[in-house]
Every structure is written in C-alpha cells, then in structure tokens.
Design a protein around this ligand. Sequence first.
Ligand code: ZN
Length: 112
Amino acid sequence: MKSNIHPNWHSQAQVTCSCGNSFVTGSTLEKIEVDICDKCHPFFTGEMKFVDRQGRVDKFKQKVEQAQARQKQNQLKQQQKQQSQAQQSEEENLTYQEILREKQSQLRQDKN
Ligand SMILES: [Zn+2]
C-alpha cells in the first residue's frame, strides 16, 4: 500500500439513528448520525409513516394554502372585472340618437 493516500479506517464506527437505535460498522468516519435505519424505516417496519426530514410535508401544505388563497383572489378580481365591464357595456349601449341628443344639450348649455 502506498503511504499517506489512504483514509483512516475505523472498524468500530458507531452509527446512531434519530430513532435511538445504534450499531457498529466499519467506516472512515468514527461516528455516523443517520435520520433513518432498518429499525425505523417504513419498508422494514411495514408501518405507514411519513418521513418528514425537513418539514417538506408542512411546506407542501403551505404551498397548497397559498395557491387556494391566490385562486380566491383571482376569482374576486374576475368578478369585479365582470361587474365593471357590465357597467361599461350599459354605458356603451346608448344609441347614436341618444348620444347626439346628449351632445346637443351639452352644447346648448355651453352657449348659455
Ligand atoms: Zn432508526
């Protein structure tokens, strides 16, 4: 073996899991901390369990809530738009005669 190129080998490396289980293995690290092991992984326990390491489930729920809030806002905006459009179209539905009459009356008022 060439010297000074190989990492130190720990044949009694201690592995500790977040569930409390610990065992010994060989590793270049002296101590290993893991989030999941064969004693608590759903595949081995057969239990349905969400492994939520970094709050991903909560993040997803937050995203869903935000999306729903946005949808509601968009619906409100659309309703307001439709209402204002309806008002506008009422104003636009004047006939030319009515518009002419309005303009003429305005002109008369301006002259007086
Ligand atoms: Zn474990």
